[in-house]
Design a protein around this ligand. Structure first.
Ligand SMILES: NC(=O)C1=CN([C@@H]2O[C@H](COP(=O)(O)OP(=O)(O)OC[C@H]3O[C@@H](n4cnc5c(N)ncnc54)[C@H](O)[C@@H]3O)[C@@H](O)[C@H]2O)C=CC1
Ligand SMILES: O=C(CO)COP(=O)(O)O
Length: 343
């Protein structure tokens, strides 16, 4: 049955997910805050700044009006940067009240909120009370918009405490090239998706400095130990980190040239300045803010997160990268099988 879906955010991820949903036979409205982008999407069916040489389906309608986008929606999908999740959720609440509808909310963003250190489903459900939504589903996994646009094979997790809602999301997205798995461990899925961006900046740095494959494998593996440590401290199931939103997303983001986080790190390794990199990227690099949030949260919880700390010093204190790498390498010897709650 055709579903009505509002996609909030017309960047690379939101616009491509909207395109897939149209292709899967749904009625989709894409919401953007950029007049220029809405015009380009509606008239030329392109979104050149975000996805090159791609033509969106003519049935996809882009609007600047949130109420128009959300009217009659069975699902509302957030695909916007972490830092605007809360204000957009507040805007959405007003519209949901006006329209008296209770859609299933989905978010496909990856980060932890600065200041509060909250996961994004926590931020959204804090702003939009239960009476205005039929569920909250997290959509996360190893996926680059550029590859989904090419209909390459991609697997993603739909996580919700309510499995029926995760199944509903699985159903609207599944097709021959996009396969969705369900999971009930919302905490694990969100922590994996957010924290891997920090490690991906590190992997890019190693590449920029011309380190070899051993170093990159080491960073990913010990990065996964930190992701699991923080996740378990927050209540996640450790096995989630062996799945798509854990090791899967870590691998793709630490190895793909599509990754903005990896590209940011690569340029840092080559000696470029962070401010210039951010300026030139023109798209969100989530790992920068998430590193600050995870660093503060880790300290609050008294967790050992040495890679996260090194990344924080590089990103926020202009630390010397080779010195940070040396500090990591010369920490006291450890057992590999440390407990998740190692202090
Ligand atoms: N690009 C990708 O392949 C993937 C991205 N993600 C996640 O999706 C989220 C969004 O990422 P991208 O689409 O890649 O970012 P992007 O940088 O390509 O686009 C972000 C979009 O959000 C819009 N935006 C910003 N503030 C807004 C506001 N207040 N109201 C409405 N729109 C606003 C911007 O105009 C822009 O169109 C991030 O958390 C990212 O980690 C997750 C999986 C894959
Ligand atoms: O989340 C992603 C891959 O799964 C996208 O990564 P980047 O934001 O680094 O491009």
């Amino acid at each position: 049955m055709t579903k009505k879906i509002a996609v909030l955010g017309a960047g690379s991820w939101g616009s491509i997910l909207a395109s897939v949903l149209v292709e899967n036979g749904n009625q989709v409205m894409l919401w953007t805050n950029s007049e220029e982008q809405a015009k380009e999407l509606n008239e030329k069916h392109t979104n050149e700044h975000y996805i090159h040489d791609y033509t969106y389906p003519k049935e996809l309608i882009t609007t600047l009006d949130l109420k128009e986008a959300v009217t009659g929606a069975d699902f509302v999908l957030f695909a916007i940067p972490t830092k605007v999740i809360r204000p957009v959720a507040q805007q959405l609440l007003e519209v949901l009240k006006e329209l008296s509808i209770k859609p299933i909310l989905i978010h496909a963003s990856k980060g932890l909120e600065l200041g509060t250190h909250k996961r994004l489903s926590q931020v959204i459900t804090e702003e939009i009370p239960e009476e205005y939504r039929s569920g909250m589903v997290v959509f996360s996994g190893p996926s680059h918009a550029e590859e989904v646009a090419n209909k390459d094979i991609t697997l993603i997790t739909a996580a919700s405490e309510n499995l029926d809602n995760a199944h509903a999301v699985q159903k609207i997205f599944m097709n021959k090239y996009l396969r969705i798995y369900t999971n009930t461990d919302v905490i694990g899925v969100e922590v994996g998706g957010a924290f891997k961006n920090i490690i991906a900046i590190g992997a890019g740095i190693l590449h920029g400095l011309k380190y070899g494959d051993d170093a990159k494998a080491a960073l990913m593996t010990r990065g996964l130990a930190e992701i699991s440590r923080l996740g378990v401290a927050l209540g996640a199931d450790p096995s989630t980190f062996m799945g798509l939103s854990g090791v899967g997303d870590l691998i793709v983001t630490c190895t793909s040239v599509h990754s903005r986080n990896w590209r940011c790190g690569n340029q840092l390794g080559e000696g470029k300045k962070l401010d210039d990199i951010i300026q030139n990227m023109g798209m969100v690099i989530e790992g920068i803010n998430t590193c600050k949030a995870a660093y503060e949260l880790g300290n609050q919880l008294n967790l050992t997160l040495p890679i996260c700390h090194a990344m924080y010093d590089v990103l926020y204190n202009d630390a010397n990268i080779p010195e940070e790498i040396e500090k990591l390498m010369t920490r006291p010897g450890k057992s590999e099988m440390e407990k998740y709650d190692e202090r």
